[in-house]
Design a protein around this ligand. Structure first.
Ligand code: ADE
Length: 233
C-alpha cells in the first residue's frame, strides 16, 4: 500500500512513522509512506498557502491551488488513490472505516488547518472527509498519525502473530480482557487465580466473560450495534 500525506508541517509527521509497527511495516515493504510539504506546491516567492476569507471574518483560509497541484502531481503516474481530507466536519473514524481504507492500494491524506480550507478542495478534490472524533485539533496532522497507524496495522504482514490477536478481539466488537504479567502479587494486588491455574479452557472462558462485562459496562453502544463482526459505524 502507498500512503502520501500532504501537510504544511512535515516534521510533525516524520517521526511518528519511524518507530514500532509502522517502521517495521515500512522496512518490510508492506507500506510506502511519503510525507509532502504543501509549500513545495506553491508558485510564489513566499510559498503562500493561505489568504483572507471572502466575505470577511477572523482567520485565514487555505488556498485551493497548492492542494490541487499537490494531489494532481502525486497522481500523475500510477494509481490515482483515494484523497482523504482530515477535518472535524468529516465522517467519524471507526474501525469499520479503517478496515475499508486499509483495502485501498493508495491513500492521499490531506492535513488541513482547523481554521479552514477553501471549500473547492472539499468539493472537487477530496474523495472523502474524515474526523477522528468530536474535538478540535489545530490541524489534521495528529489525525493523520492516528489514521495511518490504524490503517497500517491492518495490512497483511504488518503485525507479528502475537500482536494480531488483540486486533481480532477488537474487530469482534468487544473490548479487550484485562492483562497481567509478573509478579503474581504487587503491593498486595493479586493476579486473578484463574490465570495462574494452567487451565487453558478456564482462562479462555474467564477472558471472554471479562470482555463481555467490560463492554457492557463501558461501551454498551458497541453491543447494541448487533454484536457483528466490526465496531459501530
Ligand atoms: N482537524 C481538526 N480537528 C480534527 C479532527 N477532530 N479530526 C480530523 N481532523 C481535524
Amino acid at each position: 500500500m502507498r500512503i502520501d500525506v500532504v501537510t504544511i508541517f512535515p516534521p510533525l509527521l516524520a517521526g511518528a512513522f519511524e518507530h514500532s509497527i509502522i517502521k517495521r511495516a515500512r522496512d518490510r515493504g508492506v507500506v510506502d509512506i511519503r510525507v509532502h510539504d504543501l509549500r513545495d506546491y506553491t508558485d510564489d516567492r513566499h510559498r503562500t498557502v493561505d489568504d483572507y476569507p471572502y466575505g470577511g471574518g477572523a482567520g485565514m483560509v487555505m488556498k485551493p491551488e497548492p492542494w490541487f497541484r499537490a494531489v494532481e502531481s502525486l497522481r500523475v503516474r500510477g494509481n490515482p488513490g483515494r484523497a482523504v481530507l482530515l477535518t472535524p466536519q468529516g465522517k467519524r473514524l471507526e474501525q469499520r472505516l479503517v478496515q475499508r481504507l486499509a483495502t485501498e492500494d493508495r491513500l492521499i491524506v490531506l492535513c488541513g488547518r482547523y481554521e479552514g480550507v477553501d471549500e473547492r478542495v472539499r468539493e472537487y478534490l477530496a474523495d472523502e472527509e474524515i474526523s477522528i472524533g468530536d474535538y478540535v485539533l489545530s490541524g489534521g496532522e495528529p489525525a493523520a498519525v492516528v489514521l495511518v497507524d490504524a490503517v497500517v496495522r491492518l495490512q497483511p504482514r504488518a503485525l507479528g502473530s502475537a500482536e494480531s490477536t488483540v486486533e481480532e478481539s477488537f474487530a469482534e466488537g468487544l473490548l479487550e480482557y484485562p492483562q497481567y504479567t509478573r509478579p503474581p502479587e504487587f503491593r498486595g494486588w493479586r493476579v486473578p487465580d484463574v490465570l495462574l491455574s494452567g487451565d487453558h479452557g478456564a482462562v479462555d472462558r474467564w477472558r471472554r466473560g471479562q470482555q463481555q462485562e467490560r463492554t457492557r459496562e463501558r461501551r454498551p453502544d458497541m453491543l447494541e450495534d448487533g454484536g457483528g463482526s466490526s465496531q459501530q459505524s
